[in-house]
Design a protein around this ligand. Sequence first.
Ligand code: SF4
Length: 349
Amino acid sequence: MNKKAIALLSGGLDSSLAVKLMIDQGIEVVAINFTSPFCNCTPKSAGCKHQARLIAEQLGVEIHMLPKGMDYLAMVKNPPHGHGRGSNPCIDCRIYMLRKVKEQMASIGASFVITGEVLGQRPMSQHKKAIQIIEKESGLEGLILRPLSAGLFPPTVPEQKGVVDRKELLSLSGRTRRPQIDLADKLGIKDYPCPAGGCLLTDPIIAARLRDLFNFMPDFDMSDIHLLKIGRHFRLSPDLKIVLGRDRAENERIKIHMKQGAVFIEPVNFRGPSVIASRFPGEEKERMIGEMIVHYSKDMFDEYILSIQTVYEEISTFSVQGKADSEAFLSFQIGPVRQEHQLLDTHSH
Ligand code: SF4
């Protein structure tokens, strides 16, 4: 067994500390960071990978980025070990990542794996039974070293073989972050906290939108997944979903996700949200969508004119007379209705 390991580096404090503890023992560490459409750390800039790159640079370790692709989404749809309180399949997510890491071990020349897991810190994936399942099903039994909690687990193979000194490893457990913050100070590690939260799969609105997508659009692709993170979503019928932008930037962004058969509806003589609808809505639903767009407009007119266009830019117009008071359309909203600009309720790694 050599002194080279792959570390799962999320960019959060725990995995950063785990890597640092290993480097200080003379272990050569290569970091792997998984990128995901559900990462919510720095959505307007470079994404979570930006944080991982920063910390890898700080620690002086090589870093590889691996995307969680369509195979990951297939797992999220139907995870053998179930979901958490949102659509987060944490146990299967860890198994997925560790299996991918295992596939990289030979080419990287690593003989074991490091993670920043702390026993008992996360309700779903970091209690002892879950950790045993994850280890067994990833095919890495005895080869996953958790430097922050190692003292609470039986010695791993690298400890047994003397590649890693068990006496230098920690026995942290539970949800308190104080010991990690103190250790970061001591080891000179700069924390890059994730300002917006972390994993969108734990967000109840994203979870509801994802369930809706899995139910009504089995042939979804990554563009559909990215669209889940933008605007307001309504299902008006089994084959008609609409997404309204909440501001000018979102009005532009939703248009990028238009597909063959979809239509784009936008205000002509007033300011208000743009909409993409998954198909031509027909007269009755067209009126309803028009009224919704008008509802979210701040402009007050007698007649609101809207245009409707296909991906081929065939344009027609229709109009809505006055503003309706009713918010009955909210019953079509997918998932809980959230207040404007309410922060996403996610948790980070
Ligand atoms: S919270 Fe973490 S472990 Fe759970 S699904 Fe999200 S990324 Fe995976």
